[in-house]
Design a protein around this ligand. Structure first.
Ligand code: OAD
Length: 485
């Protein structure tokens, strides 16, 4: 059996009920049972259309893990299996095995639990751990590795011997400075501006069931979103610098704009959690013929819905739609990456979409987490913790010990951090050089502006207007370092 964790829109129980077609279930049951664990509209602070981790209908991903072989890609549940916990018949809230609460404490015998104990014992222990962590009872305080909860504290940590492996988690906010709208920013976000497509709800544009019936809106939008016309931002190049400094373990991105690749990150350094436009496949399961980006682009720019040359079915770019599985690479790599990460940097994401958002809870308890974003996201939420999505971030409470929020523009945040690290000039020079290289490819006759750079990054915008971020500046009540970038 394949991967059972998929993206879904579980904050929309009425729509779910419609698709599910089980009239015997109540609105809540549709939200909670069919859709797996759902972030209700209420629990996500009224953000419309928020989405959550879900099982495929009637197949809760973490309670059916016997179908997932240990170590099999896609097995978020396999952590439970590896620990010997019986999971086949257990109704575990999705995401529970991912949470820190579920991880053995540092120094614990990893086999101890596997050796004995009934299913009930395991469940009780799980519940105890969740409650203990949520209420802050009976657990050893984790080691505090930052000397200060600020950007300066993060920079000093990065310069220390202890920080050797950085994981970045990024979302649409890192690309807005390149001219690509994010999804949920009020007014400017994509979901607020889809009126012309007459969708039943904004996320339908990325919903696989809707797409199969009505592919036109997606392809009309894709015309605007297609990669290859834009320049990576300072933030993208900051990650490139992390790589060049030997610090980048991996970049987990939700973005489909491929700007991380354009900025010079190699495929092995990337997890494109929500897929990519690079390739496309025929939707018919008996065909699945593969097409490349240029083929798809040609159709889209001719305002055609791409149809398979072999069977005439619709061809869909390999981006992950709601209701589809995440790439197996996401599941296989997170198991090891999030165990050994020394620093997590989260940039430009509302952390509203599962399972991606719950990765913040996967890092070891002492690993610092830096959020660079316009608003605070991913914070602790007792409800979500109890539902098994792990403990979110804690920037402000008395117990805060490792989470730092730098609020403001991603590019400015990266520049501020680069300055503290002594990398600012290098970062600015890298951006200048790479953008010039992209411009040179866009306008080959104007070779004077090309000054070298990584040839792999020589794809990009054609309008020559530059993708450099505006100097929006940090508007934070908590800049942390107190410095101007
Ligand atoms: P969102 O639009 O949900 O969140 C973007 C976040 O970035 C928000 O918190 C913004 O405040 C912030 N932001 C925007 N511009 C910024 C800037 N220049 N500097 C700093 N912060 C900025 O986007 P994602 O979290 O990426 O999935 O959304 C996740 C997923 O939801 C997407 O991958 C997509 C969507 O539905 C699929 O389509 C499958």
């Amino acid at each position: 059996m394949g991967v059972v964790v998929s993206l879904s829109q579980s904050a929309l129980p009425e729509q779910h009920a419609e698709k599910c077609g089980d009239p015997l279930l109540s609105r809540e049951e549709h939200a909670g049972m069919c859709g797996g664990l759902s972030q209700s509209a209420e629990s996500t602070r009224g953000i419309p259309g928020s989405v959550a981790l879900s099982a495929n209908h009637r197949l809760p991903p973490f309670s059916q893990s016997e179908s997932l072989l240990p170590g099999t890609p896609g097995s978020l549940a396999s952590s439970a299996n590896q620990r010997g916990r019986p999971t086949a018949s257990r109704e575990v809230p999705p995401g529970v095995p991912m949470s820190e609460a579920d991880a053995p404490p540092p120094g614990a015998d990893p086999d101890a639990e596997a050796e004995g104990g009934s299913e009930e014992d395991s469940d009780m222990e799980l519940l105890r751990n969740l409650l203990a962590r949520t209420l802050g009872l009976g657990t050893e305080p984790p080691e505090r590795v930052l000397d200060e909860l600020s950007l300066a504290g993060i920079a000093r940590f990065m310069q220390s011997e202890r920080c050797r492996r950085v994981v970045c988690m990024v979302g649409a906010g890192i690309s807005t400075a390149a001219g690509i709208p994010d999804f949920r920013s009020p007014g400017t976000g994509l979901y607020a501006n889809l009126g012309r497509y007459e969708l039943p709800y904004p996320e339908a544009i990325f919903d696989i069931s809707y797409f199969k019936q009505h592919p036109e809106p997606f392809f009309a939008l894709a015309k605007e979103l297609l990669p290859g016309q834009l320049k990576p931002t300072v933030c993208h190049y900051f990650m490139r610098l992390l790589k060049e400094k030997g610090l980048l373990l991996r970049c987990y991105t939700q973005n489909i704009d491929t700007l991380e690749r354009v900025a010079g990150l190699q495929p092995e350094e990337l997890v494109e959690a929500h897929g990519t436009f690079q390739t496309a496949h025929c939707l018919r399961s008996s065909c699945r013929h593969q097409y490349d980006l240029s083929w798809v682009k040609e159709k889209i720019f001719s305002s055609l819905v791409p149809k398979c040359d072999k069977c005439q079915s619709v061809v869909k770019p390999d981006i992950v739609f709601f209701g589809e599985n995440l790439p197996s690479r996401f599941f296989s790599l997170l198991q090891s990456d999030f165990q050994k990460v020394d620093l997590l940097i989260i940039m430009g994401t509302s952390l509203q979409v599962q399972p991606f958002a719950s990765l913040v809870s996967r890092v070891p308890a002492s690993t610092p987490r830096l959020l660079i974003n316009k608003e605070k996201t991913g914070q602790s939420d007792v409800f979500m913790s109890l539902m098994g999505f792990g403990c979110g971030m804690d920037f402000d409470s008395d117990k805060a010990y490792r989470d730092v929020a730098w609020l403001g523009d991603c590019d400015e945040g990266c520049l501020a951090l680069a300055e503290l690290l002594g990398w600012k000039k290098e970062l600015q020079e890298l951006v200048r050089k790479e953008h010039a290289a992209i411009d040179a490819v866009a306008a080959p006759e104007d070779t004077s502006s090309a000054s070298g750079g990584d040839p792999t990054s020589r794809r990009g915008r054609t309008d020559g207007s530059g993708g450099r971020a505006e100097s929006g500046g940090a508007s934070s009540e908590q800049r942390g370092d107190g410095k101007e970038p």
